[in-house]
Ligand binder design. Sequence first.
Ligand SMILES: [Zn+2]
Length: 495
Amino acid sequence: MSKRYRIGIGGIAIESSTFSPLPSTADNFVQERGDEIVANYPYFENGTFEGRQDVTWLGTLKARSIPGGPITADSYAAMKGELLERLQAILPLDGFFFDIHGAMSVLGMDDAEGDLISAIRALVGPACIISTGMDLHGNVTETLVENIDIFTAYREAPHIDAMERKAQAVRNLLTCLDEGIRPYRAWVRIPVGLPGEKTSTFWEPGKTVYGKLAESDGVPGVMDASLWVGYVWADRPRNSATTVVTGIDPDAIAAEARKIAQRYWDARRAFDFGVPTGDADWAIDTALAAERTPVVISDSGDNPTAGGAGDIPIVATKLLEREVIASGEKTVLLASLMNARAVQVAKAAGVGSEITVTLGGVNDPINGFPMEVTGTVHSLLENDETGGDIAIITVGGLHIIVPSRRIQFPLPESFDKFGLDLATFDIIVIKIGYLDHEWEELAPTRLLALTPGAVNQDIANLPFERIQRPMFPFDADMEQPDLTPRVFQPIGQEA
Ligand SMILES: [Zn+2]
């Protein structure tokens, strides 16, 4: 009879901007425990993975949050403590699937995922094989590589392959267990810090750079080749792009890692935004002059899908400065300005009432400011799963969606719950990074407004103090860096 494997699962996943003044706490996380974790993976079926009957999956704690600011030390300690306690209870383990994003920042900590995996490794011991499936916007330190056997990251941004890559991480773990393999890992820090908005894999050079990773997978001795753009809004020494190639042939993985790192380095100057960019005034003027409506504008610096606070009223203020919008001649839908107090006022007054409320300046008082508006309660949506109670407040032609909690509106479908016809607006303002394929049909003209906020796209002018220099684009003319891979010995077999 073949051996029955015991595989644990757990992790804490968040993308957190250290430029956000709004700390994240345990309340911001959806937390799953024990069997719930296995039951909820879309790539598991009835508690099994790809028909494998010889595995007992043991969930610990899996916590996942909307992107935000750094986690408070207390909240992190509480989640880490619970994960470790649950892990202790299910030992011994043959394997562990470390399910993280990779861009978690904790207040006062330089390498949060490194801290978590070190504690996990100390508990499970060197014999347990650990695999991770990460977002390509994560930062990968040597501490992570010292403790993890197998790395896999997404290869598409936007992340349409996320579930497939997570499944691949689990598949790789099973392969190592079945074949008794402890892989080598070749790691290269690539001193480049670029935003995800410039490095989409839907256009060049991201498309080719990421497309070629599959070639490395095919090299004998290589199990997985992964490349991380990294998460740039983190003023931490670990902030950079990285590549890790996992496999059984140390020379082959080192050669592939060097090739991948060099390819990314060589492409660094070619990465660019996929749509026209400019300041907020330029975006509004361009949109108002467009022949075909609606025009979509992204208020990119305040993007909650990347860590923005979601309550900076700069674009709203500028929209109302335009007479055609203030008068109602042109209509704009703006998603969103979070403000729980304003929603309470709107609810108390009721649909159709005129109210005066203050929006902005709460979550991000550094980049934002309070903006007083007098408008009409257009509609109310109660107990939304993610946004809580939500009000739409109309000021002239501007319809402002005001949720009680930070919420994302990444797709046209995100607005279905309001019953609005998006095609009737002249302008739709959203706060996301990628404006490509999903919005294309509705809005042929899409503009990225380069606005202030926790995820300001003007990377080179952000007040970084702790990143390792030189790094592109901060040191735009830096010379070719040393991209020699560091090869890590198989865990448990170190000399
Ligand atoms: Zn990502």
